[in-house]
Design a protein around this ligand. Structure first.
Ligand SMILES: Cc1cc2nc3c(=O)[nH]c(=O)nc-3n(C[C@H](O)[C@H](O)[C@H](O)COP(=O)(O)OP(=O)(O)OC[C@H]3O[C@@H](n4cnc5c(N)ncnc54)[C@H](O)[C@@H]3O)c2cc1C
Length: 481
């Protein structure tokens, strides 16, 4: 038994909750959407969130008069019900923002998605001919033997040719994921080319063979005037009307018996709480959940959990004494000589994100917890960011007057080649628990965007509601934490 656990036995209090409470672990979009749906169906709910604010990866940070997302978050979906859900929770108060992005390739800025004319200009005629030849070669090979895909590299080379892979996929994918493209599972690229990938743009520009509308190329998106975190803040507000969302409340132990979860132990300030419930919904990182199980899972399950990794994110925001820097939504920076991967200027998403006469640039560094970027102190990260923004010709050092560094752990589930074996072992183990429900991007270890994270929460809540015949106690929930 850990010393932490021994300490917990000394000062543990039971959190007063209503009978049959649904305990939701994690107050990101998935956990909050589930909590909201259950609360609106008169089920007792408590959401436990470790951070001081809700929203998880989709929160908006407020720094003085400035606000910024952890990497600009645009809401878009093909599901009209989910779109309506978001519009409703924003009480109709949202902007429709045009998307305009650029990519810095071979020392020049090009429109993103790439247009045939400027992609051609970027590659030059000889490279374009080579790219088309490579592509034709791959398609010819496919006629004789059906392609087998294991890695991102296999998939891209087969679908785009080696030249295109080297030009448009390799550097950026390796920057995002931190491992060689031959070790990134093809699943990521084949199921979901979007956001950080450049290939669809080039594929559409040159070959136009997909004919489908790809999510990443949609030109307008929904955005709350005060930042994407408004969706989570409003969900919390709605849940809090009759139930509770407890922030600064970190779950660190999940108690179970006979494959039934009995309670979780959570820490709020210096107080430890035993939180009992009927159903337990978890959107906290899958690997952490497994390690929190008490009694511990079998050794091979802990071993499988240790083999699944997430990619982490450091966000450095630079405040500037000038009206504006760009007119862009995002700028992608694939080059290896630039340590940051992407920037955005929040003012271009909503004018309310910065005070008049000033603006800010948000830089995303993809990294692993414990590596040199993650461990670098905030002053050095600020200097590094300013240096590269100046080098790119975007800002002058004299314009900088403030900065803010935010570290976001477990931002991307890392789909490494062979991850499926460990993943299915964890799911098989967790599936045995009768009242445990896994949801969300971090919780399910799935590359979900906001729409799918919200849907996973609503679907989980619906499944619980359809299975339950509860006698709900109607008295108010007295929570002291
Ligand atoms: C850089 C970046 C840009 C993105 N851009 C977009 C975009 O433009 N459009 C889009 O649709 N999607 C985007 N996404 C994806 C989007 O952020 C996610 O889909 C969504 O936020 C996932 O929500 P979630 O609730 O599933 O997970 P999370 O947001 O990870 O929520 C999990 C919550 O659990 C909490 N938690 C963790 N451990 C504990 C614990 N022990 N106890 C209690 N609480 C705990 C965390 O603090 C967090 O609040 C982006 C993601 C990143 C990283």
């Amino acid at each position: 038994m850990s010393s932490y656990h021994k300490k917990s036995l000394r000062i543990l209090k039971t959190l007063p909750t209503r009978e049959n409470t649904c305990v939701v672990l994690g107050g990101g979009l998935a956990g909050l959407s589930a909590g909201f749906r259950l609360a609106k169906s008169d089920k007792p709910v408590v959401v436990l969130e470790s951070d001081s604010e809700v929203g998880g990866l989709s929160r908006t940070v407020h720094h003085g008069e400035f606000s910024f997302d952890l990497g600009g978050h645009r809401f878009h979906t093909k599901n009209t019900e989910t779109e309506q859900f978001v519009k409703d929770i924003l009480y109709g108060n949202y902007l429709t923002v045009p998307r305009k992005s650029k990519i810095f390739l071979q020392n020049s800025f090009f429109d993103y998605p790439l247009k045939p004319s400027n992609a051609l200009q970027g590659m030059g005629i000889p490279t374009t001919i080579r790219a088309l030849f490579d592509y034709g070669l791959e398609k010819t090979k496919n006629l004789f033997s059906p392609p087998k895909y294991v890695s991102l590299e296999d998939w891209v080379v087969n679908n785009f040719g080696r030249t295109m892979f080297n030009l448009y996929f390799k550097e950026y994918s390796e920057k995002v994921w931190g491992i060689d493209c031959s070790r990134i599972s093809e699943e990521w690229v084949s199921k979901r080319i979007e956001g950080l990938s450049l290939g669809v743009a080039v594929k559409n520009a040159f070959f136009k063979f997909s004919g489908q509308k790809v999510n990443s190329l949609i030109n307008r998106f929904i955005y709350p005037p005060e930042g994407i975190g408004r969706i989570s803040d409003n969900l919390k507000g709605e849940i809090d009307k009759d139930n509770s969302v407890l922030t600064n409340t970190r779950v660190f132990q999940v108690n179970h018996n006979n494959f039934t979860i009995n309670s979780v132990i959570a820490k709020n300030c210096e107080q430890l709480y035993d939180v009992k419930g009927r159903e337990f919904l978890t959107s906290i990182p899958l690997t952490n959940l497994v390690r929190m199980m008490n009694p511990s899972p079998p050794e091979y399950i802990l071993d499988a959990a240790s083999k699944l990794r997430y990619r982490d994110l450091v966000v450095v925001t630079i405040m500037l004494n000038r009206e504006s820097v760009t007119d862009l939504t995002w700028m992608y920076l694939p080059g290896r000589d630039i340590p940051l991967g992407r920037i955005h200027e929040p003012k271009n998403w909503s004018a309310s994100m910065a005070p008049e006469g000033k603006t800010h640039i948000v830089a995303e560094y993809f990294c692993f917890q414990g590596d040199s970027i993650w461990n670098q102190n905030n002053e050095d990260l600020t200097s590094l960011t300013v240096k590269h923004l100046v080098k790119l010709g975007l800002i002058k050092e004299s314009e900088v007057f403030d900065s803010c560094v935010y570290r976001a752990p477990k931002a991307y589930p890392l789909l490494e080649v062979g991850y499926e074996k460990h993943y299915s072992q964890l799911l098989e183990y967790l599936d045995k628990f009768t009242n445990l429900h896994i949801l969300g991007r971090t919780g399910m270890f799935k590359y979900l965007n906001m729409d799918r994270a919200i849907e996973s929460g609503i679907e989980t809540a619906n499944a619980i509601l359809s299975n339950s015949e509860w006698e709900t106690e109607r008295e108010a929930l007295p929570v002291g934490a």
